[in-house]
Design a protein around this ligand. Structure first.
Ligand SMILES: Nc1ncnc2c1ncn2[C@@H]1O[C@H](COP(=O)(O)OP(=O)(O)OP(=O)(O)O)[C@@H](O)[C@H]1O
Length: 233
């Protein structure tokens, strides 16, 4: 399986055309301020929007795949935690098309076994986030496109999710996930792609992307011994 390679991607709310590639076995952090285009890019890569550019997944163009083939090869997790149907947690995970034993195994993986029979509308936001993550992980897709998979989670569960993403990469999946927690992205991603104003402004090793100059220019922040602070304007 070669990479997920997108070239010349143009969509409303992205500026110019974007190129991005994710290799199997890689965890790539998609970072950038609110409104910088992360969700728009993830949706484009998942085939959820139409526009210019080519997206090749392994050896096949995304637009040449049937919807079931896409779903098998690419798992997409939106940032929203809202679930409109009052379904049980295990039924939500089963929507991924896996059997009951895989549902149970994946709920255990995200620490939600005890909640399998609970209606998702009665779960806390972080609990619901873990069920929605289980739904995405259950199918063992080749590519995981995850919009803020650690949002709403406490620090322990944030680390658990990063470990799960690493495990997915170790089994050969390619992972592209957006994050606002730069400390986590830096520590746990092989590569970071930094967006600003609908463009990719840096793509490389975390240390090469999260530079003082990029942090100041894109986020208006700086790092010191106490953590993050607003940089001088
Ligand atoms: N349907 C729409 N109508 C108008 N503007 C839109 C629409 N969809 C997206 N945008 C704009 O496109 C830009 C990129 O949005 P996007 O959701 O991709 O950002 P993001 O980087 O994921 O942000 P966040 O970190 O806040 O989730 C934003 O300025 C947003 O307001």
């Amino acid at each position: 399986m070669s990479g997920l390679v997108a070239r010349g991607i143009a969509r409303p709310y992205l500026a110019g055309v974007l190129d991005i590639a994710v290799a199997p076995g890689e965890v790539v952090g998609l970072i950038g301020p609110n409104g910088s285009g992360k969700t728009t890019l993830l949706r484009a890569l998942a085939g959820l929007s139409v526009g210019e550019g080519s997206i090749v997944v392994g050896d096949k163009a995304l637009d040449a795949m049937t919807s079931s083939e896409r779903a098998r090869r690419i798992a997409y997790m939106p940032a929203g935690r809202r679930v409109d149907w009052p379904m049980r947690a295990d039924d939500i995970v089963a929507l991924s098309g896996v059997d009951a034993s895989r549902v149970a195994e994946t709920l255990a993986r995200v620490g939600m076994s005890a909640f399998a029979g609970r209606r998702v509308d009665t779960l806390s936001t972080g609990e619901r986030a873990r069920v929605l993550l289980a739904r995405v992980l259950a199918g063992r897709a080749d590519w995981l496109l995850l919009d803020e998979p650690t949002a709403n989670l406490d620090p322990g569960h944030e680390l658990d999710v990063l470990a799960m993403l690493r495990a997915e990469a170790t089994r050969g999946a390619g992972v592209l996930a957006s994050f606002h927690n730069l400390t986590l992205a830096e520590a746990h991603c092989d590569r970071c792609v930094l967006m600003a104003g609908g463009r990719i402004v840096a793509d490389g090793a975390p240390g090469a992307v999260l530079t003082e100059a990029n942090l100041a220019a894109v986020y208006g922040i700086a790092r010191d011994g106490a953590g993050w602070r607003r940089s001088a304007s």
